[in-house]
Design a protein. Structure first.
Lengths: 527, 163
């Protein structure tokens, strides 16, 4: 009996051999967890930078109820259609096709977009010189896509042949100006005089002599003006602003902005489909005289109609179309304002078939009192991306859809951290990736292989766990100001600074001279 | 009779050690996923190549499915790890572990031309550590020796030497 009992106990003990192993694992796992917590470099760096509250600096999106706003769209091209979508309106057939496409590909952008709830706006007016586009606009206005919409059904939409008719109609509260650039200033001024709020696509003006009248007219009208630069609506810009405001970059000597594209469409050659077939439109269906507006009279041209951004009569090309976004992004962040001196060189070397805008540009904007130089380097025949970069004495920042902050190897401020090897000039000490969840959005000193794709930040952003089209947020800001007062971010002051900067660069390029700004007389000087 | 088929004690001992080491590996992998709430299989699945790439895409495209997969993976690892260390339901734990490792292998096989954007450690050619660990678990599943020093033995009928 006693022998059997002994054997049983031995067996039982043998059977439990795993338990001490489990115990060791448990103790070691706890030790490792507390060691990791104490040696969390990410937290240490964020704390050292004084950015513990960085994530809470993102303002949550709130809905403030208000009366219905009746919107008229002037110029229903590609951008007009995109802005309608950002407001919650889309042609039914197009919507159904896109829902099916996104369902198949697993993409969620449209799904998350329509969940946001409506902005309580109706598109009640469409004005386009081209019948086809006007009809597309009418169909768009009649189909709302935001959850709880039903606005389109309760409101009717009207086509206006001329924008003057729309501006004269008291049933329109606000207008979106998405006509080509040479119309922007004229339509904006007439609209605010007619008591309409204006959301205008960039650039704010086309010609130098439009700048001052636009400023005074909008300023005196009391109407809410918003220029169409959605990039700074990215949540990451709010965080970048905190980093800049806390002086982490040190003295900023250089801000580098770029454009890198490599397709004919990217060079605004847009009058053909990919198949090579010419797009529709002729003098019978397009009101050519209205399209030309104040521009020099020329015979109808399908090239000019679709590829207008290639002609200096209607646009400033790279400056107005793309540098405008770059400038606004940088100006919203750094409040650079108008430079003292601008010089631009470049040429039309590759796309020489028609139009006269350059496809390569190198421009410097000197802020002599600040000791800062802004550069814009653009190339329409290479798509190699170059990030938007702010160079400071202590650290440099890249900012687009993502943000990185990298210490300078010779920084005084980060000397201790550099010496201790906590941060390293060869990689970011702070990286905020768009689309990360809040808990892991701040990624400082992560693995060396952390790769990022710094987009220009033009499409969407994550706020409060939701994906937002940044254009929707930009429009919402405008609508909130119309209903509740206040100034939107891309207001007339910012727009005028941009208009002057673009005009200085464009004149420098075209007239082959340097341009200077005379702040007293508010004039651009050729020097 | 049966006594002659018994492997030498040191061989059984090594099997048991191997079982516990693999158990440790599974259990800690599971625990570390549990204590990092931000962990998700998304990054791994997004890299998936070869025959299961479609399945991976389906999982990652649906948040609920992804959450379920993450939950099953974490608790699967923990359950298998506990089973192997304690020697409890050893055979089932070993088989489940083999299946899980085979899935990891198939979602991201180290075949020529299937490099991933984020290689985890070095480069492999057809044989990687997942495959080796999977075969070792299979060996544990079929070896009675590996079930010694485990709770399973309490449920087995013991033939006392006196019988």
């Amino acid at each position: 009996m006693s022998k059997q009992y002994k054997l049983g106990r031995r067996n039982a003990l043998k059977a439990m051999a795993g338990i001490p192993v489990l115990g060791i694992l448990g103790v070691e796992a706890l030790r490792k967890t507390s060691y990791d917590a104490e040696n969390d470099l990410r937290k240490e760096v964020i704390h050292e930078l004084g950015l513990d509250d960085l994530l809470s600096s993102v303002k949550q999106i709130t809905y403030q109820p208000g009366d219905l706003i009746r919107i008229g769209i002037i110029g229903f091209g590609v951008r007009g259609s995109q802005l309608s979508e950002a407001l919650g309106f889309m042609e039914k057939s197009k919507f159904e096709k896109e829902v099916a496409d996104q369902e198949a590909s697993g993409e969620e952008s449209l799904k998350s977009q329509i969940k946001h709830g409506n902005f309580n706006v109706a598109i009640t007016g469409i004005c386009d010189v081209f019948d086809l586009r006007a009809e597309s606009g009418l169909a768009t206005a009649q189909h709302d896509i935001f959850t709880g919409g039903e606005i389109a059904k309760k409101n009717t939409v009207k086509r206006y042949r001329h924008y003057h008719e729309m501006l004269a109609d008291p049933n329109i509260d606000a207008v979106i100006v998405t006509a080509p650039d040479h119309h922007h200033a004229t339509i904006t001024m007439e609209a605010v005089k007619a008591g309409k709020h204006v959301y205008c696509e960039k650039a704010p003006v086309h010609r130098e002599d439009e700048i001052q009248p636009l400023y005074e007219t909008v300023k005196n009208s009391g109407m809410v003006y918003q220029l169409g630069h959605q990039i700074p609506q990215n949540a990451v810009f709010q965080q970048a602003r905190e980093v800049v405001n806390r002086g982490l970059l040190g003295n900023i000597s250089h801000v580098e902005t770029t454009t890198n594209r490599n397709t004919p469409s990217g060079a605004w050659i847009r009058h053909r489909y990919n198949s090579g077939k010419i797009k529709p439109g002729d003098e019978a269906t397009i009101d050519w005289k209205q399209w030309l507006g104040n521009a020099p009279e020329v015979p109808f041209s399908i090239r000019r109609y679709y590829s207008w951004a290639r002609y200096s009569e209607y646009d400033t090309g790279l400056f107005g179309q793309l540098f405008s976004h770059e400038f606004d992004a940088v100006n919203q962040l750094l409040k650079l304002g108008i430079p003292d001196l601008v010089s631009a060189t470049g040429g039309q070397y590759f796309y020489t078939e028609f139009g006269d805008i350059p496809d390569v540009l190198h421009t410097t904007f000197e802020y002599r009192q600040k000791g800062t130089t802004l550069t814009y380097s653009a190339n329409l025949t290479s798509a190699k991306p170059r990030p938007r970069t702010i160079y400071g004495k202590e650290a440099s920042m890249t900012i687009g859809g993502n943000m990185t902050l990298t210490p300078d190897g010779n920084s005084e401020r980060f000397k201790d951290l550099l010496e201790n090897g906590v941060v390293d000039p060869s990689r970011p000490m702070l990286e905020i990736l768009e689309g990360s969840t809040l808990s892991d959005a701040v990624d400082a000193v992560s693995s060396a292989s952390t790769s990022y794709y710094a987009s220009r930040g033009l499409t969407s952003t994550h706020i409060g766990g939701q994906v937002w089209d940044v254009t929707s947020l930009h429009l919402k800001e405008w609508l909130d100001c119309i209903r509740h007062g206040g100034q939107p971010s891309a207001n007339i002051e910012m727009a005028i600074q941009e208009a002057v900067v673009i005009a200085m660069a464009d004149i420098s390029y075209r007239e082959k001279c340097r341009t200077a700004w005379d702040p007293e007389n508010k004039k651009i000087l050729r020097v | 009779m049966g006594k002659n088929l018994q492997p030498p004690a040191w061989q059984s001992g090594l099997f048991v050690v191997l079982r516990m080491l693999i158990g440790w590996h599974f259990l800690y992998e599971g625990i570390s996923k549990l204590i990092h709430p931000a962990w998700s299989s998304l990054a791994f699945l997004a890299e998936s190549k070869w025959i299961l790439a479609g399945v991976a895409q389906w999982i990652t495209s649906n948040q609920e499915v992804l959450n379920t997969v993450d939950f099953l993976n974490t608790w699967g690892l923990i359950a298998i790890g506990l089973g192997l260390i304690l020697g409890l339901f050893t055979r089932w734990a070993a088989i489940a572990g083999t299946v899980l490792l085979a899935l990891y292998y198939l979602f991201l096989p180290p075949f020529i031309g299937m490099e991933t954007a984020a290689p985890q450690e070095g480069n492999y050619l057809i044989v990687n550590k997942n495959l080796i660990e999977a075969v070792m678990l299979l060996l544990i599943a079929v070896s009675p020796a590996a079930r010694k020093f485990g709770l399973d033995t309490l449920f087995e009928k013991h033939n006392s030497p006196n019988d």
